[in-house]
Design a protein around this ligand. Structure first.
Ligand code: HEM
Length: 491
């Protein structure tokens, strides 16, 4: 699994979306909830497949890259589910997580949300800037072209059978989208693939028993019986193997996982991201009343232990702390709910330990770490970023959450303190709100006079919850400061 070495904005953001925060992508598909006669989950899974289906394994182009956003006017991508699913995800991306990663997370949450197994998630997809080829398979095509399509996408004939069965475990065919396939009137407007709602192998069982109502198998239009041609293409051998629920789940985890990880050959995905045992986040360092305030949160998977956590730090220059480091206890310990996906992985909640340190201005801070005592007789242990320490790169460009302010109509006035900007300074904010990233300039902040060696600059950001990367060149040195949250308890 991926190792979280702080700071890592991509892993930090992805972990947050997968396991901690209630966002549209972690909540809307829960309980296999209905929408547009089908389920949100079915819509999300189909979206992911159609996005991936532009992959060409010989050229290494296309794949899960959110190119689907440019391909919605094609007949192969007909259906309100496609548009509405992209809208579901619109607010989720930031400067590090693109739409394609969110589509993949959506597909994983779709499957677990309908009672299916957890598919491992890897991150780091890169969003396409234009449409891919029109290579999504269509029901009126013959078996040979379907075999060729799946081969181009990187799947064998057997895998094609299984992947279609996994996908067509959810949802169905909408009459408005395919009137030539759903020829008989259906009161709900949809002919579902399966008689039950939920991600399981009923699709296989009903097919083998001959009770299926899947119109791509038994529809009156023989030309569009693509599922029948595919499922029976090896004499039902593969379908029979999927009659075991355990085999079905294991095969679908593998194949949907591979489908989601099908990306252009120029993209490298992270290792699978599992909930991190220890995660530092929500760090803020800023000048405050003749000192530096330093806020940090250590999030630990809640194991039921009544742990005591102490934060330590050392100076940047000179001596101020004892040899073992300055230290403080948390000012607050809170229990945070985990997402449904986390609970499927056995993580029911997180314990957040929040620290608020007052740092000597002159000697500043170079790094910090934690000591954790399980209070169960075992020896206390150190959490120090896998031996590398949590290193604070600089105290030159600092986001100041106390001097920053939010107004109902204008969004955030972001205030950044710059140390001794005696000569040149050039600073912009790359900021994302509601999924859109823009660059905004900073100007000298006339309402916050220079103090404690810092001069303040301000930038007008949109929205109540922007996430921002401050890019600065101060006296010729480049600084980058990621500000995922504008505020935190203790500010
Ligand atoms: C030869 C390959 C395939 C063909 C011809 C095909 C065809 C179709 C058609 C015609 C629909 C109805 C869509 C609508 O009414 O708007 C549909 C729905 C669906 N397909 Fe496929 N499909 C194929 C493969 C796959 C694969 C590989 C997956 C995912 C792994 C998948 C997932 C879905 C899902 C989840 C739905 C239901 C959507 C909903 O209810 O909103 N399909 N498919």
């Amino acid at each position: 699994a991926a190792v979280f070495n702080w700071p890592d904005p991509l892993l930090d953001s992805l972990d947050h979306l997968l396991y901690l925060t209630a966002t549209p992508v972690s909540t809307l598909a829960l309980n296999c909830g209905m929408r547009d006669n089908s389920t949100v989950a079915a819509q999300w899974l189909r979206l992911a497949y159609h996005d991936m289906a532009t992959h060409d394994s010989t050229t290494g182009t296309g794949g899960l890259d959110a190119s689907i956003a440019f391909e919605l006017d094609r007949p192969q991508n007909v259906g309100v589910g496609m548009t509405i699913s992209l809208l579901d995800f619109a607010s989720v991306p930031n400067q590090y997580v693109g739409k394609a990663d969110v589509i993949a997370i959506g597909a994983i949450n779709a499957v677990v949300g309908c009672g299916g197994p957890a598919i491992p998630f890897r991150g780091g997809r890169i969003d396409a800037t234009e449409a891919g080829p029109a290579t999504v398979p269509e029901p009126q095509q013959d078996l040979a072209s379907h075999v060729a399509s799946f081969k181009a996408q990187g799947f064998s004939e057997t895998e094609m059978i299984s992947l279609v069965a996994c996908g067509h475990s959810l949802g169905g065919v909408q009459q408005v989208d395919f009137p030539l396939i759903v020829t008989e009137d259906v009161p709900t407007g949809i002919q579902t693939f399966v008689s039950t709602v939920g991600f399981d192998n009923t699709v296989v069982k009903e097919y083998l028993k001959g009770t299926t109502e899947n119109v791509l198998v038994v529809g009156s239009n023989i030309t569009t019986r693509s599922d029948l041609r595919i499922f029976s293409s090896d004499g039902n051998v593969t379908m029979q193997s999927l009659a075991s629920p355990e085999t079905f789940n294991a095969v679908c985890v593998d194949l949907i996982g591979r489908m989601l990880d099908t990306v252009p050959s120029t993209v490298t995905l992270t290792d699978p991201i599992e909930p991190f045992d220890f995660k530092v986040w929500n760090t803020f360092l800023f000048p405050q009343g003749g000192s530096l305030a330093f806020l940090a949160t250590l999030r630990i998977i809640d194991t039921g232990l009544n742990r005591t956590v102490t934060m330590f730090w050392k100076e940047r220059t000179g001596t101020f702390c004892p040899a073992a480091g300055c230290s403080i206890p948390p000012f607050k310990v809170s229990t945070d709910d985990a997402t449904f996906l986390a609970t499927v992985k056995g993580v029911m909640a997180f314990k957040s330990h929040l620290f608020n340190a007052t740092i000597d201005l002159a000697t500043s801070i170079s790094h910090f770490w934690f000591e954790v005592n399980d209070n169960d007789g075992s020896a206390p242990f150190i959490v120090d970023n896998h031996g590398a320490n949590y290193t604070i790169d600089h105290d030159v460009v600092l986001y100041d959450p106390r001097r920053s302010s939010v107004t109902e109509f204008d969004g955030w006035m972001m205030v950044v303190g710059v140390k001794d900007p005696s000569t040149s300074i050039n600073m912009t904010a790359l900021t994302t709100f509601a999924g859109k990233t823009v660059t905004v300039p900073f100007e000298l902040d006339s309402s916050n006079p220079s103090t404690d060696g810092y001069t303040f600059y301000t930038s007008q950001l949109r929205g109540p919850t922007p996430t921002t990367t401050v890019l600065a060149a101060v006296n010729g040195t480049a600084y980058s400061l990621w500000v995922p949250f504008m505020t935190t308890p203790g500010v």
